[in-house]
Design a protein around this ligand. Structure first.
Ligand code: FNR
Length: 186
């Protein structure tokens, strides 16, 4: 196995301080092999509302947009974990993805997509919509690297553990599938 340091950019679709999706990302980070560095992207709320009019000349571009694209370019893989709002992807996350359509950082990017919700279907409509957007941008989402996690409120321990063995093993598979996609790309 190649033990070169790999960077996974972790993006939570929730801006909430106590977000279960952000906590789930931390749990997954704890499962990662030691050569994998998780970097949290926390700029969703700073991005302007996307408009092609704002996406012109480099000198006119917004600093937060430049940083978002730069963080994606510096990553070997991306992991998104999002809630479902009104059966869809939260607006702030969709806005961030819209900024990448023209710049193309998701093209061929190994990407894991997760939704987590207290509801029994785990936010699967948001997950499906997120995957459609990512695939439109030619992200590389391995089959085992997408997962809807239901009943999230009962699955996360206060000590940063996951209290469901099945979900824990699916998350491990997801991580392995993501890292395999990175190796296949190199
Ligand atoms: C929700 N929630 C929700 N859940 C779901 O499974 N499907 C949905 O369509 C919605 N819609 C929705 C809309 C709005 C405005 C809110 C505030 C919430 C519930 C949501 O899954 C729950 O609040 C999660 O805990 C949010 O994720 P974080 O913030 O804990 O990561």
């Amino acid at each position: 196995m190649d033990h070169k340091r790999l960077v996974v950019l972790a993006i939570s679709g929730s801006l909430r301080k106590q977000s279960s999706n952000s906590r789930l990302l931390s749990v997954i980070e704890g499962m990662a092999p030691s050569h994998v560095e998780f970097r949290q992207y926390d700029g969703l709320a700073n991005l302007p509302h996307f408009s092609p009019d704002l996406d012109g000349d480099e000198s006119e571009r917004n600093k937060a947009v430049e940083e978002w694209r730069e963080q994606l370019r510096a990553a070997d893989a991306v992991m998104i974990c999002t809630p479902e709002y009104a059966r869809g992807v939260p607006g702030s996350l969709k806005n961030a993805l819209d900024w990448i359509v023209s710049s193309g950082e998701f093209m061929g990017m190994p990407t894991a997509a997760i939704s987590a919700s207290p509801h029994p279907d785990g936010g699967k409509e948001a997950l499906a919509s997120l995957m459609m957007t990512l695939k439109m941008m030619s992200a590389d989402i391995p089959d085992e690297a997408s997962l809807a996690v239901p009943f999230i409120g009962t699955k996360l321990g206060s000590d940063g553990s996951i209290k469901d063995g099945n979900i824990a093993s699916m998350l491990l598979n997801l991580m392995q599938a993501l890292l395999q996609a990175v190796r296949e790309k190199k």
